[in-house]
Design a protein around this ligand. Sequence first.
Ligand code: PSU
Ligand code: MN
Length: 303
Amino acid sequence: MSDFIDIAPEVAAALAAGKPVVALESTIISHGMPYPQNLETAQLVEQDVRDHGAVPATIAVIAGRCKIGLSPAELKYFAQGQDILKLSRRDIPYAIAQKRDGATTVSATMILADQAGIRVFATGGIGGVHRELGTTFDISADLTELARTSVAVVCAGAKAILDIPMTLEHLETLGVPVIGYGTDEFPAFYTVKSGQKAPLRLDSPQDVAHFLKAKWEFGLAGGVVIGNPPPADKALALEAIEHAIDSALVEAKGLNIHGRDVTPFLLERVTQHTKGKSLEANIALVRNNACLGAQIAVAMAAG
Ligand code: PSU
Ligand code: MN
């Protein structure tokens, strides 16, 4: 493991003892949700992991140190922070060398989790291929990371702000297994349905654990996407979100938003357009994913 990483004592003890640990990302806190809901969610999600028998490890970079597991004060800092970078793979050395604070996206969280030996990571949604690929060439670094780094990502699929069919095609090309958890359909984050079939389906944490072991013990490095549908009582109907997404996309284009700013901008606008309904769904699905992530980590630790 690199000299740039600090593992919180509780997480280090759990890893040393072979106990279940679940990685959590920090971009969702700093750039994915407004304060104070982001802080409440970050705290609830950690508790959800504990309630299901695993140790949570929220990952971030603080003053150039890569942290695996944050203290309550650090969690608050990332929820309130103003000058926090959004880190994907390319940005990690900059944050380290310049001693900056950075919130980790799915790609950066996977890298740090992998270095610490954490195999299960729970989040909201993965990045993907953006709509109008032909003009933007915007493909999230999350997808390439999934191709190379051996961490399972429990998520509610990919948001409809993205081009979901192209995202699934690209994951196939990259050799990344995409599993519908208890569903035949790949979920679309706010909505249970995306109109796209999940390429694979598994129905229990044990089955997922066996799948992950088979992949990695066979020597097939790389990530796995576990698409867990959002809880039905908080999920939105497609009609409820479609308009918000379309308006947000038009606004982003008009304002010439690009690069790392696109996803946070779209998330913020969708929350505004749905008057908070999408935020409620977001919170519920992240918690749901944390619970499943912990169950999978427990199943893996049990052998
Ligand atoms: N999806 C969400 N909320 C988020 C993100 C994705 O519902 O906060 C964040 C994740 O950290 C993801 C990142 O890795 O956005 C992808 O950003 P980009 O599209 O710039 O690759
Ligand atoms: Mn992008």
